[in-house]
Design a protein around this ligand. Structure first.
Ligand code: ADP
Length: 195
């Protein structure tokens, strides 16, 4: 079911939402961070999450780095949310755009898939996602939106027991939100999507 007014899309029992906002303000079980492979914090959404969440996130990232040497592109790890309203942060590393022929699409798919898998394994209900790789990593937003939305709708549509009740894309600008909206409407129309 697709509610055009609310821009809310129901897949099984899970609502998929697109909205404009600052992901650090989300009061959900987990927000997803577009991290770097050293889990070292940085600019963009990563910097904003570390700044709002405080030193606990950095400390937990340091422990993960010591245990497994960081997080390769396409994979995801989870830490507590520190001072954030979100209980957890799922840190995933998207691909750096290199023109499109270096496996970027599959890596971006993996980032979304592994983030949601970690949310499911952790028994979470409400998760918010940013537009991974579309800032300093340079992935063209229209292409990234298609990858993100086909992967997330595909994931939620697969028969598996999960507690997820709401997955929101929290997009930083109206321009990015409009691109995601157009792509989602296109996916819904083209696939004759059956919730
Ligand atoms: P990457 O390195 O994966 O490209 P960036 O953080 O540079 O990550 O950008 C990813 C996306 O996150 C961009 O669309 C950017 O506009 C957006 N962004 C930046 N800050 C925030 C925020 N506080 N909340 C939500 N999205 C944000």
């Amino acid at each position: 079911m697709y509610n055009a007014l609310m821009k809310k899309f129901l897949i099984k029992n899970c609502a998929l939402l697109l909205k404009q906002g600052d992901i650090t303000k989300e009061k959900v079980d987990a927000i997803v961070n577009a991290a770097n492979s050293m889990l070292a914090g940085g600019g963009g959404v990563d910097g904003a999450i570390h700044e709002a969440g405080g030193p606990m996130i950095e400390e937990e990232c340091r422990k993960i780095r010591e245990m497994q040497g960081g997080c390769p592109a396409g994979e995801a790890v989870i830490t507590p949310g520190g001072k954030l309203l979100a209980k957890y942060v799922i840190h995933t590393v998207g691909p750096v755009w290199q023109g499109g022929n270096a496996g970027e699409e599959e890596l971006l798919r993996s980032s979304y898939r592994n983030s949601l898998l970690l949310a499911v394994k952790s028994g979470l209900y409400f998760v918010s996602l940013p537009s991974i790789s579309t800032g300093s990593y340079g992935y063209p937003v229209d292409q990234a939106a298609r990858v993100a939305l086909t992967e997330v709708t595909g994931f939620l549509n697969k028969v598996r027991p999960y507690k997820l009740r709401q997955v929101s894309f929290v997009l930083f600008s109206e321009d990015i939100l409009n691109i995601y909206r157009t792509v989602l409407e296109d996916i819904v129309v083209r696939s004759n999507f059956q919730p």
